[in-house]
Each structure stands twice: as structure tokens, then as C-alpha cells.
Design a protein around this ligand. Structure first.
Ligand SMILES: Nc1nc2c(c(=O)[nH]1)N[C@H]1C(S)=C(S)[C@@H](COP(=O)(O)O)O[C@H]1N2
Ligand SMILES: [Mo]
Length: 204
């Protein structure tokens, strides 16, 4: 005769960290590099970012220009669609709000195409890039952002899957209508909320 079955509560299973969105695992101290294109070498002296499109005041900032904006930090988690999440990251740079304050998107501007120096693109609703939710960053854990992670400057949109955080970002185009970026054309979701598991086109 088999003994009493061990109930669900009797099993010792580690509690799932509430910071983990569904379908994700904790990558720990690692930080995987995911790059679709050859890694571009961009010196801070030649880097710049341009905000254009449906804005009242198209503007380009160089390295000194972005450093003259108010400093802003992100401390928290990041989530890659390939299922790794990384807890307690610390990035420093500027809030995108500081760029919007100068460039001033028009009421027609509803979406943004972020473009990397290397040609990578990704599309986002502008609402996801305002209100203290998105940054341009050049430091990770107090050190200059490494080239493979997007240095000198990358986009950081940590509340969406990490493919939205374009490395080596040099252009933000404000658009009236949504257009698909590199991974979105290849089947990934136009928004990419990890808590809603918006991984692929067609996910709710
Ligand atoms: N320019 C560029 N940015 C990019 C990518 C890329 O291939 N090229 N990959 C995206 C994806 S899929 C992820 S998960 C993150 C990876 O950033 P990391 O290599 O710093 O972890 O960058 C995003 N930004
Ligand atoms: Mo990714």
C-alpha cells in the first residue's frame, strides 16, 4: 500500500520571486550580450542623438550636451524576451523627459522609432517613453557602459522587454503612425510588456 501522498504544501519548492514576470528566470550576476548586428565602435566625441519627426523643435545633442541635462538614475530589473531577467541593475544617464522638454513632440506624435548607429531599429508608443519610464544611459553600476552593452549611450526602457532598449542609439523619430522596427518585422510584439507576456505579434 502506498503511503499518504505528500500534499502540495509538503513539497519544498522555492518561492518564486515576485519580481519575475511570467515565463522568466533570474539570470543572477550574469548579463548576457544579445546583438543582431556587428558591434559598432563609437567614441563619445563622435556620438550624438537627434530627436526629430513630429516635434516642434528638432534637436541634436552631443556627448557634452546630454551631460548638461539633469542626471537621472534607474535602479531596478530588466527582462529579455529570451526569458532571462536581471534584478537590481543600476544605470545612470538622463531621463528621456529632459529631451522631450526641449524637442516638444506635437499632438500628432504617437509613436517613436529608435534607431541605432548600426542600423538596428525598434518601435515604441510614445507613452512608454514619457513620465520617468525611459532613459538614455551611459553608466552601468557606476562604470562607463561597455561597448557590447551599447556604449557609449543606449536607450533604457526597463518596463518593456529589453529588445526595446536600443544599444548605440543615435536617433529618436516621433511618428504619427506606428512602423515596425527590426525585431517587430521579424515577429516580435509592437509593445512588449513582460508582465503581459507580449512576446510575439498577436499576443494580447
Ligand atoms: N543596436 C541593438 N540594440 C539592441 C539589440 C541589438 O541587437 N542591436 N538587441 C536587443 C535585445 S534583443 C536585447 S535583449 C538587449 C540586449 O542588451 P544587452 O546585450 O546589453 O544585454 O538589447 C536590445 N538592443
Ligand atoms: Mo532580447
Amino acid at each position: 500500500m502506498p503511503g499518504p501522498t505528500r500534499g502540495f504544501l509538503g513539497r519544498s519548492r522555492p518561492a518564486r520571486d515576485p519580481r519575475l514576470p511570467p515565463g522568466q528566470y533570474d539570470v543572477g550576476a550574469d548579463w548576457p550580450v544579445l546583438t543582431a548586428e556587428p558591434t559598432p565602435r563609437i567614441s563619445p566625441e563622435t556620438w550624438s542623438i537627434t530627436v526629430a519627426g513630429k516635434v516642434e523643435n528638432p534637436t541634436t545633442w552631443d556627448w557634452a550636451g546630454v551631460h548638461a541635462l539633469p542626471a537621472s538614475e534607474y535602479r531596478g530589473d530588466i527582462h529579455c524576451v529570451t526569458t532571462w531577467s536581471k534584478f537590481d541593475t543600476r544605470f545612470a544617464g538622463v531621463s528621456l523627459d529632459s529631451l522631450w522638454d526641449v524637442a516638444r513632440p506635437t499632438t500628432e506624435g504617437a509613436f517613436v522609432m529608435a534607431t541605432s548607429k548600426s542600423g538596428y531599429t525598434t518601435n515604441l508608443p510614445i507613452e512608454d517613453l514619457v513620465g520617468g519610464k525611459a532613459w538614455l544611459v551611459w553608466e552601468f553600476d557606476g562604470q562607463p557602459l561597455s561597448i557590447e552593452h551599447g556604449g557609449p549611450v543606449r536607450l533604457l526602457v526597463p518596463h518593456l522587454y529589453f529588445w526595446k532598449s536600443a544599444k548605440w542609439v543615435t536617433k529618436l523619430d516621433v511618428l504619427k503612425r506606428d512602423q515596425q522596427g527590426f525585431w517587430e518585422r521579424n515577429g516580435y510584439h509592437d509593445r512588449g510588456d513582460p508582465w503581459r507576456q507580449q512576446r510575439y505579434q498577436g499576443d494580447a
